[in-house]
Design a protein around this ligand. Structure first.
Ligand code: ZN
Length: 646
């Protein structure tokens, strides 16, 4: 098979060819809208075909732009993306299509899954404001436009101030820093640190000079003062938007298309967790405080945390992630993951010969009982021209098209693991192994879908606050001794990973987890409270202080302005949604313990889970489905237990 996706010429001509495709799609949609006999079968199925074709074609470019980034892919992507955005915005505001959905909703022969397609569709139309009178619709359009500008400025202000600051230091204050981090900071014979994440973190973790740490921290935490006004405008507009769309506040609007029931429920969830882990967080902090006293630091400050935490961890755990890498040779880890999944779900990944976009990428076919289910591509090693981080990208969704053909799914897993060379294999860190399991969870969610309807199959239609459920569930297995022993062998000697190293991996994960936990809850609660009512800049500051007084174990210095850098909620998609991480993690923790209680592989539990939960894709609320499946209520305790807090 040839999966090079696009050649040089096709990349260059992509915007032109794609705009023709879009025009065809618009024409086809116009025809569809004017069909006489509008029904689920006659409208939704062919409509899904249109969306499917566009997504499949555009993903070729967006994928290449992420993994083989060149000037050509950038240019093509920059030209094409606005066309795609415009098309889908127009669809979301198309009153005629909305009416068709409403009409189909009254058909009484819809299956449960088809009903979900229609209900979620109607919900999204209403959130776009399609049902409003023209004047209000126009205001919604203006607000959304302005919000997107403000989000960009918010982000840009952070970037600008991040780039403005740098600090040269003497080598003597870096004696505790690992050589690789030191080298990264070396320019000629100078050591220069910046506010870019890797540099900042290395400095705060290893610089032994307290005054310099504070200087760096202060520069970081006072970035983007201009964002204070932007925050006020964003919150005001979000509030107005929520009013126009018929909600009491923006938090309500945000929760409307999520799995959580109400904003109050989300707050209660986080307040309960905060109350339950406060003691552990205080113990963590007290331990750190008394440790720091040995180094004559009496009053531990925010800018001391990373430094002393690392030092204490080293002393207590003696954890060295390099020591583990020989046990995690990349190909052996992939093999091991496949073997684990075969044992768990009775699914099989087999390598498939194919020409791909890069020689390091691999193609696998997925089988159940010898029947092909879909295709998985893995492109795991770091290289120039690949975007940072790791992700799963859905290329093709499993569904039945309007001609009745069953379309098989395809997905990419991309990562930036240490590259292999002719002579050296790629040896992963344990966090890479965890990442691979995580992304595989997303991929399985997409590939193992048993849903025929495009809009809610695989990851399509899944609620934002549950999308991480399958991935977080799977990553937990990367910490299980029984699973690790299946594949973690020394690449030279074949020795199975020693028990004491596995213990260290888990201890390292849970080290001072109480403090980490309350910090996340502080962000999550702050995010909810400021979206519950109309807010001024002072109100924002006051809310943050109140949350900190109750939840945090350490108060940062007066000058810090964390809110001005909280891009997740002011320049990203997490407004009144930061809680989503913990929300999905709670469900995955509950499910994980159920697997463990069934000895992971026993009692057909995993198979049942696959059939009755995971394969439902985005067609049902995982939480409701899981409660029914397991016969018990989801609890917060499992989440705390998983992090070693209780
Ligand atoms: Zn994820």
């Amino acid at each position: 098979m040839d999966y090079t996706l696009l050649n040089e010429n096709e990349i260059e001509n992509f915007p032109v060819n794609f705009s023709e495709k879009l025009q065809d799609a618009k024409d086809a949609l116009e025809n569809l809208k004017n069909t006489d006999d509008l029904s689920y079968k006659n409208f939704i199925r062919p409509f899904a075909d249109i969306v499917h074709d566009l997504h499949k074609e555009f993903t070729k470019l967006s994928h290449l732009n992420s993994v083989n980034n060149t000037n050509k892919t950038q240019e093509a992507y920059k030209k094409t993306l606005p066309m795609v955005t415009e098309f889908f915005t127009d669809v979301s505001l198309d009153g005629k299509i909305y009416q068709i959905y409403e009409k189909i909703n009254s058909e009484n022969n819809l299956s449960k899954v088809q009903k979900a397609v229609i209900e979620k569709g109607i919900r999204d139309f209403r959130l776009a404001g399609v049902h409003l009178p023209e004047k209000e619709k126009e205001r919604v359009r203006q607000i959304n436009l302005r919000l997107s500008e403000l989000g960009n400025s918010f982000f840009q202000n952070i970037l600008d101030d991040t780039d403005k600051f740098s600090m040269e230091v003497e080598e003597s204050v870096l004696s505790e820093m690992p050589e690789s981090e030191k080298q990264a900071a070396k320019e000629g014979d100078k050591y220069i640190f910046t506010l870019q994440m890797p540099s900042f973190i290395a400095f705060m973790t290893y610089c032994s000079d307290r005054k310099l740490r504070e200087k760096m921290y202060k520069a970081f935490m006072t970035r983007a003062p201009k964002n204070e006004d932007i925050i006020e405008e964003i919150l005001t507009l979000r509030y107005e938007l929520s009013q126009i769309l018929g909600f009491n506040n923006f938090a309500e609007l945000s929760i409307y298309d999520k799995a959580a029931g109400t904003a109050e429920e989300v707050i209660e969830f986080q307040e309960d967790l905060a109350a339950k882990c406060k003691q552990k967080a205080q113990n963590d902090f007290a331990e750190l405080q008394s440790f720091a006293q040995k180094y004559n630091v009496k009053n531990l400050q925010s800018y001391d945390l990373m430094y002393f935490s690392e030092k204490l961890k080293k002393e207590k755990l003696n954890f060295n992630e390099e020591e583990l890498r020989p046990y995690f040779e990349k190909n052996a880890v992939i093999e091991g993951l496949f073997t684990f999944l075969q044992k768990l779900f009775n699914i099989e990944f087999k390598p498939e010969k194919a020409v791909l976009w890069h020689k390091k990428a691999r193609c696998y076919k997925l089988y159940i009982d010898g029947v092909e289910q879909g295709t998985l591509f893995m492109d795991l090693e770091a290289r120039k021209g690949k975007k940072d981080g790791a992700w799963m990208n859905d290329w093709v969704t499993k569904y039945t098209n309007s001609a009745g053909e069953k379309i098989l799914p395809k997905a990419f897993i991309v990562a930036n693991f240490p590259p292999s060379t002719e002579t050296n294999p790629s040896l992963l860190r344990h966090r890479d192994v965890e990442t691979l399991f995580h992304e595989m969870g997303h991929a399985l969610h997409h590939l193992l879908s048993n849903v025929d309807e495009y809009f809610v199959s695989g990851v399509n239609g899944i609620e934002w606050d549950l999308v991480e459920f399958p991935s977080q569930l799977l990553e937990n297995f990367a910490f299980e001794p029984e699973i690790l022993k299946m594949f973690a062998r020394h690449y030279k000697t074949g020795e199975i990973i020693p028990e004491k190293l596995i213990c260290k991996i888990v201890d390292n994960k849970n080290f001072h987890s109480g403090m980490g936990f309350v910090r996340q809850l502080e962000f999550g609660l702050f995010d909810m409270y400021i979206h519950m009512r109309k807010m001024s800049a002072e109100g924002v500051e006051k809310t943050l202080d109140e949350v900190r007084d109750r939840v945090a174990v350490i108060k940062p210095p007066e000058y810090t302005k964390f809110q001005n850098q909280f891009a997740h909620i002011f320049a990203g998609g997490y407004a009144a949604g930061y809680y989503s991480y913990k929300w999905a993690e709670r469900l995955s923790a509950n499910a994980f313990y159920d697997f463990v209680n069934n000895n992971i592989f026993d009692n057909g539990f995993a198979q049942k889970f696959l059939d009755e939960v995971l394969s439902l894709g985005g067609s049902a609320n995982f939480e409701d489905v899981y409660e029914k499946f397991s016969g018990k209520k989801i609890d917060n305790e499992s989440l705390l237990k998983l992090h070693g807090i209780i």
